[in-house]
Design a protein around this ligand. Structure first.
Ligand code: FAD
Length: 671
């Protein structure tokens, strides 16, 4: 059987998951106590999986590199989580969420997985409410919803601008209950350094205690990788500084195929880059596009005057502004999907309409929303709706209640008051749709090794719609993996504990130690960050928002050069056996330098524009879609799954053909 068997159950799409659950193998409650599972990662994907597996009776060992599971990067998620509850009575349904997600992903995701995701989405909300997650509520007490890009319904549940944090606290409390009961053994400040494969099956990991530097062996009957995304391959991204690819990359190098590495999401609403000193970018949640209007000046001279500080945006009249998303995409307006909004911003800035000193920013303006809400409030409370000062005051209060923490964050970073002058935003790297290839059961091509959440490639195709990563991570952890992992573990009930004394553990541990010693002893001349920044620049310039063959070939050559130099010149201060963050970074950047090359190779291979991946050679010419991304379904309706063969340049491409039986394949249009 091909390693790329996605194991999609037969039958109609809306019955597949139920039938599958009815037919896969089970592990009886008493036998679950005989089975150990390692979960790497405590974000929403790993936290929910660890809590659920332990609740079911498995012995779970949970790992994260932070000092607490609660600090996983998921905590940063702002805007919300989708679910097809149809609380707004606006026509939502499981099918519509499925349809929007497949279309939003530009028809490069697996139908069966996405349908299942839409199906379990409603359960996630119930589960989280039961845990006490304080979702925003309407006046009458019902859960509130807002809209996100690429859809025409309101299905996004939220907790102010802190949805990830609240959901993570829910998952963490579920974990804590199991930690208290001894069913989860928690390894904070531990980094997985490698996976151990015994007789072709994932049977454990090598971890480094980040406080003492000690190298440890941990065994289990199955290993779950929930280590998040790899956006930091670009150096600058909205991801947490610690987010990395290493756990996913290590399993890739041990046999797990890596899928669609070039599918990255560039988020349109981030605070623009301000200079070379920066190590991170800040997201302004997509929820802001519910109320903010995006524009640049219509006139090049006005844009120049704004850049030079001679003109204020508030001085431009309505007719002097180009609300380019509303102009180009009237049906979706400011709520077009992220890839469309990002490209449109870049196009305007490339044409010279950018509004900050670097020319790489557009406006996100709340004046109209403040006015609209203010008038409504004035009318509701019986005040004079023509009193402009009062209207602004009331409208500002509404905006503050909805997005206050985001506005505060913006003001702290940019030192401008976004209530009185429009925010400046620009696209930035935000999410990686690609990741470890998994089948319908979320198992990688290494038997017994699973991948969940952002670490896998499964549900988002070539572009992720907003508010669907939290949904996917929690679907994987609460509702999918707990069922599917049993199908594999049922064969292990008589295996007994896995020994850590096998040659495979020995070899993996030695390799890890060898690399750590190398870094400390190399005594080169350049810091880890020096190489990471160089890699990031190549990735952003040549493998970022738009790509072409020449640029990609150059990128591949440059990344190889940077990598060669890294291994010669990297300098890592300190010792192996101590808390040493430079040493941690060195290992992560070494992996980014390999992933970067595969990423560019994948982008080169995919000579079509789709989703967040825009190939300059593949553009619509003429007609209503002139200038839009042109997908090529005839040649590229597949998942690229790369096999490591010992040398990145010789990685082998396998193709999982994508079949669309429930949704008609069309070029996307948001007009
Ligand atoms: C600023 C921001 C806002 C966002 N807002 C939204 C939103 O509103 N809605 C939405 O749906 N999505 C949002 N996203 C995306 C979403 O937050 C992430 O995709 C999602 O939280 C990823 O969850 P995860 O559990 O897969 O990984 P993470 O939360 O990244 O967790 C990774 C875990 O793996 C651990 N780990 C990693 N490597 C190792 C290793 N080698 N050894 C041990 N442990 C390791 C880490 O310690 C951590 O516990 C946002 C993303 C960003 C950056």
């Amino acid at each position: 059987m091909s390693k790329l068997d996605a194991k999609i159950p037969k039958g109609p799409i809306d019955k597949k998951w139920t039938d599958h659950k009815n037919n896969i193998k089970l592990v009886a409650p008493a036998n679950k106590r005989l089975i150990d599972v390692i979960v790497v990662g405590t974000g929403l994907a790993g936290g929910s999986a660890a809590a659920s597996l332990a609740e079911m009776g498995y012995n779970v060992k949970s790992f994260c590199f932070q000092d607490s599971p609660r600090r996983a990067h998921s905590i940063a998620a702002q805007g919300g989580i989708n679910a097809a509850k149809n609380y707004q009575n606006d026509g939502d349904s499981t099918y519509r969420l499925f349809y929007d997600t497949v279309k939003g992903g530009d028809y490069r995701s697996r139908e069966a997985n996405v349908y299942r995701l839409a199906e379990v989405s409603a359960n996630i909300i119930d589960q989280c409410v039961a845990q006490g997650v304080p979702f925003a509520r309407e006046y009458g007490g019902l859960l509130d919803n807002r809209s996100f890009g690429g859809v025409q319904v309101s299905r996004t549940f939220y907790a102010k601008g802190q949805t990830g944090q609240q959901l993570l606290l829910g998952a963490y409390s579920a974990m804590s209950r199991q930690i208290g009961k001894g069913k989860i053994k928690m390894y904070n400040r531990h980094e997985m350094m490698d996976v151990v494969v015994v007789d072709g099956k994932a049977r454990g990991i090598i971890a480094r205690n980040l406080v003492t530097g000690e190298i440890e062996r941990h065994s289990a009957h199955a290993v779950v990788i929930a280590s998040g995304g790899y956006g930091n391959v670009f150096f600058l991204s909205t991801n947490a500084m610690g987010s990395n690819t290493s756990a996913a990359w290590k399993v890739h190098k041990k046999g797990a195929y890596f899928a669609n590495p070039c599918f990255t999401q560039i988020h349109p609403t981030c605070i623009p880059v301000s200079g070379d000193h920066q190590s991170k970018l800040t997201l302004m949640s997509e929820s802001l596009r519910n109320d903010g209007r995006i524009w640049v000046p219509k006139d090049l001279e006005a844009a120049k005057a704004i850049r030079e500080g001679k003109l204020k945006p508030t001085e431009l009249k309505e007719e002097e502004r180009d609300y380019y998303l509303e102009r180009r995409y009237p049906a979706f307006g400011n709520l077009v999907p992220r890839d469309v909004a990002s490209r449109a911003a870049k196009e305007r800035c490339d044409e010279g309409y950018g509004v900050n000193a670097t020319g790489e920013a557009v406006y996100l303006d709340f004046a109209a929303a403040i006015e609209r809400y203010g008038k409504e409030e004035a009318l509701v409370h019986g005040h004079d709706a023509n009193d402009q000062n009062l209207v602004v005051k009331l409208g500002t209060a509404v905006i503050k209640a909805k997005y206050g923490n985001l506005f505060q964050m913006y003001e702290k970073i940019v030192d401008q008051d976004p209530y009185t002058t429009p925010m400046m935003i620009y696209p930035a790297v935000h999410y990686t749709m690609g990741g470890v290839w998994v089948d319908y059961n979320l198992m990688t091509t290494i038997p017994g090794c699973y991948a969940t959440g952002e670490a896998n490639f499964s549900d988002h195709g070539a572009n992720r719609l907003g508010a669907s990563a939290l949904m996917q991570g929690l679907a994987d952890g609460y509702f999918v993996l707990p069922y599917t992992i049993g199908d594999y573990l049922a064969d292990d009930i008589r295996t007994g504990p896995i020994s850590i004394d096998s040659p495979e553990f020995e070899e993996a541990e030695n390799d890890v130690k060898k690399q750590l010693d190398f870094f400390i002893n190399n005594k080169g001349t350049k810091s880890v960050d020096y190489f990471h920044k160089r890699l990031g620049k190549v990735m952003w310039n040549n493998v970022g928002m738009s790509r072409n063959e020449k640029g990609l070939k150059e990128a591949i050559a440059e990344i190889r050069e940077i990598r060669d130099e890294f291994w010669k010149e990297v300098r890592v201060p300190g010792e192996v056996s101590e808390f040493n963050q430079e040493l941690e970074k060195a290992g992560r950047v070494a992996d980014f330098l390999e992933l970067g090359e595969l990423f560019a190779m994948d982008a080169l291979e995919r000579n079509e524009s789709c989703g967040g991946h825009f190939r300059e050679e593949s553009v619509e010419v003429g007609g209503e879609q002139d200038g839009e991304a042109l997908r090529d379904d005839k040649n590229f309706a597949f998942v690229s799954a790369w096999e490591y063969t010992g040398n990145i340049a010789e990685s082998k491409l396998h193709k999982e053909e994508l079949k669309y039986e429930n949704i008609e394949l069309k070029q996307r249009s948001y007009k």
